[in-house]
Write a protein that binds this ligand. Structure first.
Ligand code: ZN
Length: 183
């Protein structure tokens, strides 16, 4: 019975070639949420336990004033910086990459790798709570967009062709990130 069920579910899954299930180890982006569970910096180079915090919400005018035009275009209008141009692509220092919008810790240098794509790439977030996933059907493609869980800032996309141990490739815009070196 079990192999039959498996075959049937594979067949069903194959019925929609546009389906691209969100990664099960990442929170799904919820645009209606006013609070979110994330891990914050503990002030000692680590992270707190997951805690419930308010979402960071600002108007476009406030974001534009805070971020400047280029960061606003990427973080708030889902833009993409040109490959091999980002300031953090070749950064090899140890530290944490924070959200340029709300300062939430997002990725660690320990998970950074050279993907050859021209964008900073990581095989996992610093905490699974802090990066949310959203199905993106723009530009005639089906991709998984990644966003800062606390301010909904656009970070980039995640793909399933990354290295071990996760097999994920989180493809980031440098402009979405603020690097803080570990002393
Ligand atoms: Zn953020």
């Amino acid at each position: 019975m079990r192999p039959l069920l498996l075959a049937a579910s594979l067949l069903l899954a194959g019925c929609d070639p546009g389906a691209s299930p969100l990664p099960t180890d990442m929170p799904a982006h919820d645009p209606a949420a006013t609070e979110v569970t994330v891990r914050l910096s503990d002030g000692k180079g680590g992270l707190t336990e997951p805690r419930r915090v308010p979402k960071v919400v600002r108007t476009d005018e406030q974001w534009r004033a805070q971020l400047g035009e280029e960061r606003f275009r990427i973080l708030r209008a889902k833009g993409t910086e040109r490959p091999f141009c980002g300031t953090l692509l070749d950064n090899k220092k140890s530290g944490t990459y924070h959200c340029a919008g709300c300062d939430l810790p997002l990725f660690s240098s320990d998970a950074k790798f050279d993907s050859g794509t021209g964008w900073p790439s990581f095989f996992q977030p610093v905490a699974k709570e802090n990066v949310a996933a959203l199905l993106d059907r723009s530009h005639g493609m089906v991709r998984i967009e990644i966003l800062c869980a606390r301010c909904d800032g656009h970070l980039g996309h995640v793909f399933e062709d990354g290295p071990p141990p996760t097999g994920q490739r989180h493809c980031l815009n440098s402009e979405s990130l603020e690097f803080r070196e570990r002393k």
